[in-house]
Design a protein around this ligand. Structure first.
Ligand SMILES: [Zn+2]
Length: 217
């Protein structure tokens, strides 16, 4: 799992970047930073940089190395570009900025991993995911858009969905359970005189060994 750092900007950060409006989020919105050079730490630093003259803000920024939570997830931020109405993205959605610097494939995988864990934690599916575009028609996350197609967005959602699925169990039965049942079969084997019966007990024991990840005998 990607390293997750909490480094909140203060409530008195200029330009109302952390308005401290309470929020009960109902979705997660994905962005790209639009800057090919900045890292998560750069983006976090930008929020409290005195030369920054924009009101824009975001909850989490993530790169190839780490995710940084800049504003608590139960407060509004200014990431969706759709104003401050009660049903706006700004007032209802957790904003995640994906950095474009460094190893982008790793950054994307980190993001899918983080988003999947956030959805799981809340009992949500990928239907809770939004693009910045969904709120205000900005072409963002821009790296999931290509010449009129949002195919990259579909791929991202599928990647998250795959991570949400429970892991395939390695074996269908534990070795311990299989061995207990095999003991009964051995007892049956021991009291069977007929070769056909013995073969059948042996075959069943081997089936149990197979489904519990053991070698056949
Ligand atoms: Zn955006």
């Amino acid at each position: 799992m990607v390293k997750y750092i909490v480094d909140h900007i203060p409530g008195n950060t200029p330009l109302h970047r952390r308005p401290e409006y309470k929020m009960a989020p109902t979705s997660i919105t994905i962005h790209n930073t639009g800057n090919m050079k900045s890292t998560a730490r750069n983006e976090r630093a930008y929020l409290t940089n005195p030369s920054n003259n924009r009101t824009a803000s975001y909850h989490i920024v993530i790169d190839e190395h780490e995710a940084i939570e800049c504003i608590p997830l139960n407060e509004s931020t200014w990431h969706a570009g759709d104003g401050g109405a009660a049903d706006s993205g700004n007032r209802t959605s957790i904003g995640i900025e994906i950095c474009e610097s460094g190893n982008y494939a790793r950054t994307l995988d980190n993001t899918a991993e983080l988003v999947a864990s956030m959805l799981k934690e809340r009992g949500w599916g990928v239907d809770r995911l939004r693009r910045h575009y969904d709120w205000s028609r900005k072409i963002c996350p821009r790296l999931m858009y290509d010449n009129g197609s949002w195919a990259g967005w579909a791929v991202f959602k599928n990647t998250v969905a795959a991570k949400l699925k429970p892991k395939e169990v390695e074996h269908e039965m534990t070795k311990e359970d299989a061995d207990k049942i095999i003991e009964f079969l051995k007892a049956g084997y021991a009291i069977s005189a007929e070769p056909a019966s013995r073969n059948e007990f042996n075959r069943l024991a081997n089936e149990l060994r197979k489904v519990s990840g053991q070698k056949e005998q």
